[in-house]
Design a protein around this ligand. Structure first.
Ligand code: CO
Length: 217
């Protein structure tokens, strides 16, 4: 976004004008696009990403309206009791029939950085608490990394891997896999510095018994 926008009084009018231009351009380039999209959606991908303004899912993947069902929150978290996220996953998998799920974090994530710093107040502190848990789970690996930037980058990656794991534990995916659906959950990290996505190769495509699960008879 151009810096001058910040000083403009009626910023929203700029957006409305830009929307008009965009709509006209799209209708010229793809005359049938809006007619088709108005009828139904059949996206191939479910994207779970960070709310960060610098990581817009459609733009960075070269996709169009209608291609992606999208959920975003701070630090691309899959929290077991998050009804918002679970509803999106349920609808995406069971109503829209999506088999490709992407959890995409990004280097330089403010949420992950906040979890590596001092404790702080505010609602976001509760959210970030989940990332502190990820760091605690991987304490040995993280403390062995001397360079702070490298440690930050690694926690971004571990956080994505952890969220891929969380998603694989949900009843939605467990039941879909039990019914033979070929659903794959991918873990990716986007680089703010070069605009490139790295595949962490932590893909999950079936339900496993939980390793190290403490059981009682
Ligand atoms: Co972020």
């Amino acid at each position: 976004m151009i810096p001058a926008m910040k000083n403009e009084k009626d910023l929203h009018t700029r957006l409305l004008a830009q929307n008009k231009d965009w709509s006209e351009r799209m209708r010229q380039e793809r005359p049938d696009l809006f007619t088709e999209l108005a009828k139904h959606q059949s996206p191939f991908f479910l994207w779970i990403g960070c709310s960060d303004s610098r990581v817009p899912p459609n733009e960075i993947t070269g996709t169009m309206p209608g291609d992606m069902f999208i959920h975003r929150n701070i630090a691309n978290m899959v929290v077991h009791t998050d009804m918002n996220l679970l509803s999106v996953v349920d609808y995406g998998v069971n109503a829209l029939g999506i088999d490709h799920i992407i959890i995409c974090g990004h280097y330089g994530c403010g949420g992950v950085k906040a979890a590596m710093g001092a404790e702080f107040g505010g609602l976001a502190a509760n959210w970030v608490r989940h990332i502190r848990d990820v760091a605690r789970l991987h304490h040995d690996e993280l403390t062995a990394i001397a360079d702070e930037q490298a440690r930050f980058d690694r926690l971004v990656e571990l956080n994505v891997a952890e969220q891929v794991y969380h998603l694989s534990r949900t009843m939605v995916l467990r039941e879909a896999w039990a019914h033979g659906r070929p659903i794959r959950v991918h873990g990716w990290v986007y680089g703010l510095h070069n605009g490139l996505i790295k595949d962490l190769r932590v893909t999950r495509d079936h339900y496993d018994e939980e390793p190290g699960m403490v059981r009682i008879a």
